[in-house]
Design a protein around this ligand. Sequence first.
Ligand code: CMC
Length: 427
Amino acid sequence: MADTLTITDNRTGRQYEIPITDGTIRAMDLRQIKVDPDDFGLMSNDPAFLNTASCRSAITFIDGDKGILRYRGYPIEQLAEQGTFIETAYLLLDGNLPTETELVTWREDLSRHVMLHENIKKFMEGFRYDAHPMGIFLSSVGALSTFYPEAKEIDDPASRRTQTLRLIAKVPSIAAYAFRHSVGQPYIYPDSELSYTGNFLNMLFKRTEPVYRPDPVLERALDVLFILHADHEQNCSTSAMRNIGSSNADPYSSLAGAAAALYGPLHGGANEAVLRMLKRIGSVDQVPAFVKSVKNGEGRLMGFGHRVYKSYDPRATVIKATADQVFDVTGRDPLLDIALELERIALQDDYFVSRKLYPNVDFYSGLIYQAMGFAPAMFPVLFAIGRTAGWIAQWEEMLCDDTRKIARPRQIYIGESQRDYVPIGDR
Ligand code: CMC
């Protein structure tokens, strides 16, 4: 069996044989298909990239029909059950799990970069008291590029390594400062005795106690949430990271753009939207009326559906189990009953079943975050902390790819053809 595709152009009767590699054809191979020598050549048209691979990647594997997610070959369930977030970040970046010695060095290297320049703090103080923490987060990450101009040396592996450490170490500090700013509390300096996630909780929630000790169940739950959010192949924000990075921009600027893409309610802002939706529904008996309104096209069931998963999102399964452990510590949130009822009704309703709409990672994550004491506005920021590891791993992979070129899609022009300028008095 030949790995080729034969195309007959019915406009000319000509035939073309196009190679198939990894289940794909190269869109550029279509360019030879022309009606006459002046023809630009055939292009593919794929708004929103529904069926276009933009790169070759060895980082994350997803089988959306079977509900499979693996980082570097490891099933997400195993990483979430047995691994830690910083181990996962190492895995995404390096390709393999760290040995004990490598993990010690990795942890030490990260803790050396956790502090923020005092001027960053001053910069963050300039935001209004009610500024959205995700707006603060993405602007502050972008501002880091002005503190580290050597980050422009994107072809220098040593520089890239330093920026990688800085970004993974500093995003929790920025997130914590954004949170403290929004509640009008003083900033807390890092405690290097604590784990990556334990220290993040310290910088968020420490009050007057001399030493902050995070609750181990909550610390573990947040670490698991970071693992689950760490990468998800070529999603909207990761594509933004690669797109911006393809212009050779520094990683802080690229990551600020990725965070901006994550902010939207169809992506990382969905967990915030889920909480607001559950509050709006208000009680379990209002669920059927709400589901009816969704089916009438009056809004979406947030936290449901996914571009890639057409069965249960494996991350949602892990999160549901984590939610039970968290609620044992914090007490049960009545909104959980609304969420469970929504899921129960939706999973047996033909509208959702026929469209293969299942709960995604964000359906339950917001409930956990809220139980831990976060306001909904912080939810996308928490998503961004975990995803930073994936964004940088994908950026690194893109930079080391021999076929790398600036991202530059084509368009189908549908505007006016040439016309002459009309003086203003004659219009
Ligand atoms: N509620 C109601 N109907 C929906 C929903 C939903 N959540 N999602 C999709 N549909 C319907 C949609 O109206 C369409 O119906 P029809 O064929 O009759 O027009 C059909 O299902 C296909 O939808 P689509 O918009 O073409 O699907 P998509 O792949 O472009 O969108 C999505 C994927 C995630 C943007 C979408 O499912 C959605 O808006 N979900 C709610 C937001 C959400 O939870 N986002 C978080 C995604 S997971 C975290 C992350 O990775 O960012």
